[in-house]
Design a protein around this ligand. Structure first.
Ligand SMILES: Cc1ncc(COP(=O)(O)O)c(C=O)c1O
Length: 409
């Protein structure tokens, strides 16, 4: 196992993991849905509400000043974490979903005209499909799915073909598939899309927790993610965009904070990032997310990713003895997400039998209904790992799954 990473010490940072569920030690394998929070994040939230709670940017007192400084320092921490060229390129949102809606309704409306095309792989999360459908409908544009190969990788030959045959204005692609774990070649896809004159949004909801993200190296125009999948709080997320694009885009919502001057004759807007942050923001959430990225930097995300890869290999090896378990999708590169079916059984029955043994996984369509239709499956069962999981978790999962198969098949 990875020598520089102490999995036991790291695991002890996550108090929620230390509990029993249905009479068994909890084995949390639902990390693609949301990750658990380390003590450092819980304490940052507690400290903010106990000591620094105030509204930001407009207070004339010491506590408001502290809250504002912590809030803006959080933006700087996140900007550094994703290697943004400028702090003001980090816009706070509620999460990935809101970030994509923001880009669709501002940038999308600005650039899309009748018969323009948005390309989105079949394997996307609904959050990276529906907002584009909405803006396409409003602008008379079209959304075309990019097919997958046999192994469920994005079909790059088909992608090239679509780029050459259509007036593609936007390509929106996830860095890592939440349903199958596929690591998509987003830098390649971005380079091809840019060469064809399209703008690129990368959905980093899953990718951000499984790689060191460098938004400048990726070369896309927008990168979006949620705090809660990165050991941070729910209700906070990030839209990173290139400054010149953010400057050119109209605001998303109107209200306080996003304005420069208001009169009944007209309103002028604040500069980025504030132009996109109408109303009182999620101050505690931003501070909690900064605590999460600082925690991950201290643990060493690179070492954490290596540990998770080793665990995934151990899981695949351990499952090879269970003839009834069928992996769905066999991507060339994947993170610690294992989507599977046990033929002749329903995924929700597997989920229930595992829950009875203290194992938390997810079952269903994983907000990827077009992918499930494409694969012709009703849904899957999904075990998703994080760096705080260990070999005992995998052993417990495999044993419980074996037992469930014995009962159902
Ligand atoms: C790939 C992907 N995109 C988007 C989302 C939506 O994230 P949120 O619900 O935090 O906005 C998720 C959540 O599961 C996801 O996995």
């Amino acid at each position: 196992m990875n020598k520089s990473f102490n999995a036991d010490l790291v695991r002890a940072d996550f108090p929620l993991l230390d509990q029993e569920v249905n009479g068994h030690p909890l084995v949390y394998l639902d990390n693609a849905a949301t990750t658990q929070k380390p003590r450092a994040v819980i304490q940052a939230l507690e400290h903010y509400y106990q000591m620094d709670n105030s509204n930001v940017h407009r207070g004339a007192h010491a506590v408001a000043d502290r809250a504002t400084r912590a809030f803006e320092a959080a933006r700087a921490s996140v900007a550094k974490f994703i290697n943004a060229a400028r702090v003001e390129e980090v816009i706070w949102t509620r999460g990935t979903t809101e970030s994509i809606n923001l880009v669709a309704q501002t940038f999308g409306r600005m650039v899309l005209q009748e018969n323009d095309v948005i390309l989105v792989p079949v394997s996307e999360h609904h959050a990276n499909i529906v907002p584009w459908q909405m803006v396409a409908q409003a602008q008379g544009a079209k959304i075309i799915p990019i097919p997958l190969t046999e192994g469920c990788d994005i079909d790059l030959v088909a992608f090239d073909d679509l780029l050459s045959r259509h007036r593609v204005k936007i390509v929106a692609v996830n860095q890592v598939s939440n349903a199958l774990g596929t690591i998509n070649p987003v830098a390649d896809i971005t380079a091809k899309a840019k060469a064809a004159g399209a703008a690129v949004l990368i959905d980093g909801a899953q990718g951000v927790a499984h790689s060191l993200v460098d938004v400048q190296a990726l070369g896309a125009d927008f990168y979006v993610f949620s705090g809660h999948k990165l050991c941070g709080p729910t209700g906070i997320g990030v839209l990173w965009g290139k400054k010149e694009l953010l400057d050119a885009m109209p605001p998303y919502q109107g209200g306080g904070e996003m304005i420069e001057t208001v009169s009944f004759d007209g309103t002028t807007y604040n500069q980025v990032p504030f132009k996109f942050e109408a109303g009182t923001p999620n101050i505690a959430g931003a501070i909690g997310l900064a605590a999460a990225v600082e925690y991950l930097e201290a643990v060493g995300l690179e070492a954490a990713v290596v540990h998770e890869k080793e665990l995934m290999r151990y899981l695949l090896d351990s499952l090879s003895g269970l003839a009834n378990v069928q992996r769905i999708g066999s991507p060339q590169q994947s993170v610690g997400i294992f989507s599977f079916l046990v033929p002749g059984t329903h995924p929700s029955d597997i989920g229930m039998l595992l829950d009875q043994q203290g194992i938390a996984i997810r079952t269903g369509h994983h907000c990827t209904q077009p992918l499930m239709q494409y694969l012709n499956v009703p849904g899957t069962a999904r075990a998703s790992l994080s760096f705080y999981n260990n070999k005992s978790d995998i052993d417990a999962f495999v044993q419980a799954l074996d037992k469930a198969c014995g009962l159902l098949v």
